[in-house]
Write a protein that binds this ligand. Structure first.
Ligand SMILES: O=C(O)[C@H](O)C(=O)CO
Ligand SMILES: [Mg+2]
Length: 265
């Protein structure tokens, strides 16, 4: 079975953010991810990770004004300075915590807008260069527009093509963030895409479809997908980026079902 990372933005929300690290460790997780750490210092995050023996496997670069509805800056032509400042901010957290990969969100823009496409490539080239200096990977994630209306990058195959294009230019640390939840909503055909795109994938995430709850509670046989990841030799993590149906701990039975190798969760 893959190594599962607790997403501390969505899980254990019964607790304050900094208290979620201990809860994740107590629940048996050895790694975590989250959207944004920026309300806390890098040292505070690093201290919680160390105190509870957790690895941090992913977080997002600053997304602009999230509360005002912004969902990233990279494809916004007039926000490059803020984008580059965000890379430096995220890099400080990654270096303090040992996080090996960062997700750069594109923002709300028309995917057919050439100016947005040029801005996106400029942002990715800059960020990949800065992160490569420290051996850190840069990830981009296609997100379905039902979950995030207006999001610039909303197609898995187009995202993979862009990763391949820029990797061929030399951005070897640019990788695809493959969220099973978004892929199922956008396209279906999840395991075929996982197989075809595996060389480009830097991180996987999971949630049930359509409700975005615990794995195994939706239309996808998530246990089958996890077994396929094993068969494919995927050595990364699977981020548990779902909204628990009740108390987080009460919904973790799927983890032990996976560990026991049960065919369905
Ligand atoms: O929503 C998602 O699936 C992304 O992983 C994310 O972090 C932006 O919300
Ligand atoms: Mg995701």
């Amino acid at each position: 079975m893959p190594r599962f990372a607790a997403n501390l933005t969505l899980l254990f929300t019964e607790l304050a953010f900094l208290d979620r690290f201990e809860a994740a460790s107590r629940a048996g997780f050895t790694s975590v991810e989250f959207l944004f750490p920026y309300e806390h210092s890098p040292d505070a995050i690093a201290a919680r990770l160390a105190a509870h023996g957790l690895d941090l496997v992913l977080f997002n670069m600053p997304p602009g004004d999230w509360m005002a509805g912004e969902r990233g800056l990279a494809a916004l032509p007039d926000r490059f300075d803020e984008t580059t400042a965000g890379v430096e901010t995220a890099l400080a957290y990654a270096l303090a915590t040992g996080c090996p990969r960062l997700h750069m969100m594109a923002g709300l823009a028309d995917g057919r807008d050439s100016r947005a496409g040029q801005a996106y490539r400029r942002s990715l080239r800059h960020a990949a260069g800065r992160l490569a200096e420290h051996g850190i990977d840069l990830l981009i994630e296609p997100i379905n527009r039902r979950s995030m209306p207006g999001y610039f990058l909303d197609d898995v195959d187009a995202a993979a093509d862009l990763v391949a294009e820029l990797r061929a230019e030399g951005l070897a640390n640019l990788k695809l963030q493959f969220d099973i939840f978004h892929c199922q909503i956008l396209h279906g055909d999840v395991t075929t895409r996982l197989t075809r795109l595996l060389p480009l994938i830097g991180h996987v995430q999971v949630a049930s479809v359509p409700a975005r709850h615990e794995p195994g509670t939706g239309e996808v046989n998530d246990a089958f997908v996890f077994a396929e990841l094993d068969r494919l030799g995927y050595s990364g993590s699977v981020g548990c980026e779902y909204n628990p149906r009740g108390r987080t701990e009460d919904g973790l039975g799927w983890l032990s079902a996976c560990a026991s190798g049960r065919a369905r969760i």
